[in-house]
Design a protein around this ligand. Structure first.
Ligand code: FUC
Length: 833
């Protein structure tokens, strides 16, 4: 009886908490600030404007009442045309460069690589803007009640303000179903809409009108290095009104006294694929426009929102709400580090998902350095694909945060690189397989660029290939694995040919190479090396994952044996004299080195070669290295460190990095630092989208991890995130978190769904019970679920001088549950029971 009574009281308290939590959420929802970026003034600079995108088309909306600017992009408008940039002299110079490196003559080796390896004809082509659409509203200089927002729950921007008692409103979205950008302008009184639409572009283009309501821009992309620009592109803007008049001048369209106006913006290019630019841009732009025009505005909005919801709505995350949600977003960013605004983290997490859905859709191009948003002809680093960290980071959140479709363009790029890179492997190194260095572009160029210091890194393909396997790990789709296996095999074949024995330990090493963009002091200004830690870690992953794929697909036995033999001869990880994980083959790390790249920590994240449970010495060493590197850095570097601290199971330190990353980039003196722009774009500086995606992945890694033999729930929960909930995150092996709730820092409920069945090994920080009849056992032995195999890492070599700094690990509980495909399982904390 007494027990029953207590039980009832507990249930009552539980229901009360749930109701109360709902009331709190509803309040925030009523505030209309929930998943919105909003401001009380127009954007002055591009990094204040709000991004829209449908994967292919992008727009940056400034929201200026009298002079609206909408900066436009289309993801195939790149300078140049199909080309290659291999340096054919490399093969002959390769043995000489290797000898110089093994003799310790790094400067000479670097000089020779600059002459004989680095591309002579091109350092990559830039991604270019499609120009500006300008809407000029006479008399709207003086306005009141200004508000502009980006609603990331519906992927729509809105600008509204009052002039002479009339409320004006502009709504805009980039529709995937329609393949156009749509803008609707309304006023609270009839006949009040007057504006002129015009366009401009930083390059010489033609701008003219057609009929009385259409504005057209036609252009050709720019030249760069020795490559002539040859992509044709066109922007068509059609203006439709309710009431009033539409008239055209030479290069502008005017609207007078309308009740409402709708603009359809269609952009297209002549690009078919990396090797073919023979399409008719005008015909394409016209046909998108014609099709879109047939749909009523309300229907177009609805179709856009339901298309977007298919992806976005898969995840909801709540970390708590405070009064800060009532502030404009730029103010929240300014106050974040000193205030208490966990909701801003959830908003920024979802903003990363918004950006991925908006910049990377199946059938299109992968998100480049700026996603798809770029207002320049020659943007920083050409806004291309830097594949020594940046492009990979763009896709870190794709599987875990339930946006698997969005990495399809990356997979497609790999299919193409495996072709262009095959020629590079052959032309430059006389090697089998395919290779790409530290950059590529829309033409899938694969030769080394920019100079040896940055570009002599034949590992871009090895890193990108990890995404091929990761997609399989989450889906278990063998057909898909079969389709990408030849890409992995081709990458392996290159390294089997290219690896060379170094004279001291007789390890097989990648040479010449670098530890991306960092140079040990001892190399006197040269970054060139052999057998760097990251290269070895990348090859370990590429080799072991290719072996596993070949076994799953029951193919290539002889190749498996060959890879196994080679694997044994790669250098092991090494712990150096100050207890650090060595970045290079020799113990050259400087404890004062604050370099933004933390390449040797690839093994900790995104890879799973360093684990507190499997190989603690490496885990301690990685922590020592990361601590020495420091926190504040460029945007993407901080994004990486959020993930790294999450993997180090230190939620408070991960949150510290989040605070650093969310700091305003633009300082009062106008200078910029790594941080966040007012529109929440991440700042390297300048804007690079990788940091946004790293951030989103990092927040997810703090909540759930599945790389280390089990699903670890709340592995790195900071003390400040006392209560929260999440639904929709995915883990390896086809599990999805249907709901996860924590209170006072403790898990209260976890519901998971299995799509593939198999053993679900759970690691939690408190004992749990299972609601269903199925039996929950304490975990023992290896996880029988094949998606949770742990890599066999060789014992590290440890310097005699090394001081090992052990880390205290929180007590955890591990369970095994045999799941059925399609089954749903509910775990509850024992304390709640
Ligand atoms: C790498 C980084 C730079 C920058 C560039 C786009 O080269 O080292 O910091 O992010 O990519």
């Amino acid at each position: 009886m007494v027990h029953d009574k207590r039980h009832n009281i507990r249930i009552f308290i539980f229901i009360f908490i749930i109701l109360f939590a709902n009331v709190e959420l509803n309040l925030a929802a009523q505030n209309n600030t929930f998943l919105k970026l909003w401001y009380d003034h127009p954007a002055q600079q591009w990094v204040e404007a709000l991004p829209l995108g449908n994967g292919r088309l992008g727009a940056m909306v400034f929201g200026n009442p009298s002079q609206e600017k909408i900066q436009l992009n289309e993801n195939t408008i790149w300078a140049g045309q199909p080309y290659r940039n291999d340096n054919p002299d490399a093969g002959e110079a390769l043995p000489v460069v290797r000898k110089l490196i093994f003799d310790g003559k790094y400067r000479e080796a670097q000089d020779l690589v600059n002459k004989k390896f680095i591309s002579r004809n091109s350092q990559g082509m830039p991604y270019q803007t499609a120009g500006y659409l300008n809407l000029s509203f006479p008399g709207h200089e003086n306005y009141t009640n200004y508000h502009r927002e980006l609603d990331i729950e519906n992927a729509v921007t809105e600008t509204r303000y009052i002039v002479d008692g009339v409320t004006f409103k502009r709504e805009m979205f980039a529709s995937y179903p329609e393949q156009v950008i749509i803008c609707r302008i309304t006023a609270s009184r009839p006949g009040k809409i007057n504006f002129t639409a015009s366009m401009n572009h930083p390059a010489p283009v033609n701008i003219f009108t057609e009929g009385n309501d259409k504005l057209i821009l036609t252009g050709t992309t720019g030249d760069c290095d020795s490559i002539k620009g040859a992509v044709q592109f066109q922007v068509h803007v059609k203006v439709k009104t309710e009431g009033g008049y539409v008239t055209a001048a030479d290069s502008s369209v005017a609207v007078d006294n309308a009740d409402a106006a709708i603009l359809h913006i269609s952009i297209a290019s002549s690009f078919n694929n990396y090797n073919d630019i023979s399409a008719d841009a005008g015909e394409r732009a016209r046909s998108f426009l014609q099709k879109a025009q047939k749909k009523e505005y309300d229907q177009a909005v609805q179709d856009h929102i339901s298309d977007y919801h298919k992806y976005f709505k898969r995840i909801s995350l709540s970390l708590g709400v405070t009064d800060s949600v009532n502030n404009p977003t730029d103010i929240r960013i300014e106050q974040f580090a000193e205030g208490n605004d966990p909701h801003l983290v959830a908003l920024c997490f979802q903003f990363g998902r918004y950006l991925l859905i908006s910049s990377s859709r199946p059938g299109g191009q992968p998100a480049n350095l700026q996603g798809i948003w770029n207002d320049k002809l020659y943007p920083p680093w050409d806004s291309k694909y830097t594949i020594n960290i940046n492009t990979e980071m763009n896709y870190w959140p794709s599987e875990l945060t339930n946006l698997s479709e969005m990495n399809e363009p990356l997979i497609q790029m790999l299919h193409e690189l495996a072709k262009t890179g095959r020629q590079t492997a052959n032309n430059m190194y006389g090697a089998e397989g395919w290779v790409v260095h530290h950059n590529t572009d829309i033409w899938r160029m694969s030769g080394p660029i920019d100079g040896s210091f940055w570009g002599m890194w034949p590992m871009g393909g090895a890193w990108l290939c990890q995404h091929l396997w990761e997609k399989y790990e989450y889906s278990g789709d063998k057909e898909y694995l079969k389709s990408v296996y030849p890409i992995m095999k081709g990458a392996v074949q290159f390294y089997l040919d290219f690896l060379v024995e170094e004279p001291e330990h007789r390890w097989l090493v990648v040479c010449p190479s670098i530890s991306p963009e960092n140079a040990p002091k001892a190399h006197h200004g040269s970054s060139i090396s052999a057998g760097t830690t990251m290269d070895n870690q990348l090859l370990f992953d590429l080799f072991t994952k290719t072996i596993r794929s070949a076994k799953i697909l029951k193919t290539d036995k002889a190749l498996i044996n060959k890879i196994k033999k080679t694997l044994k001869r790669l250098p092991p990880m090494q712990i150096g004299k100050w207890g650090q994980l060595q970045e290079w083959m020799y113990d050259l790390d400087n404890p004062d080195d604050k370099h933004r790249h933390v390449s040797h920590l690839y093994g900790l994240y995104p890879s799973n070669q360093i684990s507190p449970y499997q190989n603690p010495a490496l885990f301690y060493a990685a922590r020592t290295s990361l601590t020495a590197r420091g926190d504040e850095s460029t945007g993407w570097s901080m994004g990486w460190k959020v993930n790294l601290w999450a993997r180090l199971l230190d939620g408070n330190h991960a949150l510290k990095l989040i605070q650093d990353q969310l700091k305003p980039s633009i300082q009062p003196n106008g200078r910029q630092r790594g941080g966040t722009y007012p529109n929440m774009f991440d700042a390297h500086p300048p804007f690079q989208i990788d940091g946004n995606f790293g951030f989103t992945a990092g927040v997810a890694e703090m909540i759930v991890q599945s790389h280390d033999g089990c699903v670890h729930i709340l592995p790195a929960l900071p003390e400040a995130w006392k209560s929260g909930s999440v639904s929709g995150l995915r883990t390896r092996g086809g599990f999805e978190i249907v709901n996860l709730v924590w209170e006072n820092g403790q898990l209260t409920e976890l519901i998971i769904k299995s799509s593939l069945g198999g053993n679900f090994r759970l690691r939690v920080h408190c004992p749990v019970l299972l609601r269903e009849a199925a039996s929950l056992k304490s975990a023992s032995g290896n996880n029988s679920n094949p998606f949770y195999q742990i890599p066999e890492i060789r014992k590290p070599l440890i310097s005699d001088e090394a001081d090992i700094n052990p880390v205290h690990l929180e007590k955890t509980y591990t369970y095994d549950l045999s799941t059925q495909a399609g089954g749903t399982y509910t775990f509850m904390s024992m304390d709640m029971h």
